[in-house]
Design a protein around this ligand. Structure first.
Ligand code: B12
Length: 348
């Protein structure tokens, strides 16, 4: 067995035990209720799961991203960074003491590299609206309307931008909506807005996307088809919906399946619709191992469909798409269309 295999086996088989041990070490002498202890054990188990996923994917970058994110979340709750560092150090100490030497070494490497990138001030200070370019004012006004629950203002702003100011749907999706939603996530992560505000922003954005459908879907005859779906139990579906819409606008017939589609149904739909390209989307690194399973199964059952992947973990770790067995990756929806076109042309 390789070091990677034995580390994965050790972490996955013992995650509850390890989590319980480090939480008890960390809470020793403090006055914590049993229910609070159980919540801490659940959170610690999640950290071990994320570590194991990163080791499986050979992606230090996604584990670093997770720890930086966790640090910001804890900071939002008023916890000092030392809490997280102590927690991670206890994890390494425990693994080194009770598991094989190569397992301890691998865990130490991943965990200490992640600790090294955690910034004491938190990483969440730069606004995503900085990436909006000439659309910064629209994005700022839209964000504020969403946060203040002014739905009609938000809708009117965007419809007027598209219908009267000629803002293209590509720019609206990628420069305005994507950055505003990332910013919503950042504000939620640092406890500056609540879950309700985040959900409201999502729903209003989806509502406006539906209002634009007559501009996206035309009756033209199209010769190439693509299908878009989220992997496994990934619920973040707006990114892949944007990808499908942009394909549709670029003379592809798009089949948007959304989230929570069982593997057998994906395969069934591939056999029925026969798209040239399948676009898989993952937002949380935790779902990337499921992506590997899906790609493996599809390549066995169907042939000829090119599989492209995208979403947060693939944008963070530029080599990840190769390790999951995909045919390509692009950071956004416009790039996805160019990539798919290239892959389809390569086949002929
Ligand atoms: C809206 C939202 C939700 C909604 C999703 C609703 C829906 N119907 O989609 C709900 C409430 C369900 C949700 C739930 C959760 N969320 Co959430 N969510 C978000 C938020 C704010 C926006 C997501 C979004 O729509 N982004 C905009 C789209 C357009 O961006 P995108 O997906 O990256 O897509 C672009 C590219 O990546 C690319 N692309 C996407 N897919 C593909 C595919 C291909 C093939 C290609 C080529 C390109 C491509 O194209 C798109 C644009 O061009 C993000 C913040 C963020 N940074 O994204 C957090 C965020 C992703 N969520 C987060 C978390 C933690 C969660 C939960 C775990 C919370 C919880 N405790 O329950 C759950 C997990 C649910 C699950 N099982 O998946 C974290 C993830 C942190 C991490 N370390 O992984 C984030 C980053 C928030 C944060 N900053 O803390 N969430």
């Amino acid at each position: 067995m390789t070091s990677k295999e034995s580390t994965l086996r050790s972490l996955r088989a013992n995650q509850d035990l390890i989590a319980e041990h480090i939480v008890d070490q960390q809470l020793r002498g403090l006055n914590f209720s049993e229910s609070r202890r159980q919540v801490s054990i659940r959170d610690a188990t999640e950290n071990i799961r994320q570590l194991a996923d990163a080791i499986e994917l050979e992606s230090q970058i996604t584990f670093n991203g997770y720890i930086v994110w966790l640090n910001d979340v804890l900071k939002g709750y008023g916890f000092d960074q030392s809490l997280l560092i102590d927690h991670l150090t206890l994890l390494v100490d425990y693994i080194e003491e009770y598991f094989a030497e190569d397992v301890g070494e691998m865990v130490r490497t991943y965990v200490f590299a992640a600790i090294a990138v955690v910034n004491p001030e938190g990483q969440a200070e730069q606004s995503f609206l900085e990436n909006c370019g000439e659309y910064r004012d629209y994005a700022q006004t839209y964000l504020l309307a969403l946060i203040e629950a002014r739905r009609n203002d938000a809708v009117e702003l965007i419809l007027s931008a598209v219908n009267r100011e000629n803002v293209s749907i590509e720019d609206l999706y990628i420069k305005i909506f994507t950055n505003v939603l990332y910013e919503i996530g950042r504000l939620w992560q640092s406890q500056r807005i609540n879950v309700g505000q985040e959900h409201f922003a999502t729903v209003v954005t989806q509502y406006i996307m539906s209002m634009l459908y007559e501009k996206i879907f035309t009756k033209e005859l199209k010769t190439v088809k693509m299908m878009g779906v989220c992997v496994g139990d990934e619920l973040h579906e707006i990114g892949i919906r944007m990808v499908c819409d942009i394909f549709e606008m670029n003379n592809w017939d798009s089949y948007y399946l959304g989230a929570n589609v069982p593997l057998e149904s994906i395969i069934g739909e591939l056999e029925r619709i026969k798209p040239q390209v399948l676009a898989l989307s993952a937002t949380t690194a935790h779902r990337v191992p499921q992506c590997i399973e899906i790609i493996k199964a599809i390549k066995v059952k169907t042939s000829g469909t090119k599989i492209i992947v995208g979403g947060r973990p693939f944008n963070m770790d530029p080599g990840l798409w190769v390790r999951v067995g995909a045919d390509g990756h692009s950071v956004d929806a416009v790039g996805a269309v160019k990539l798919a076109q290239r892959l389809v042309n390569e086949r002929v």
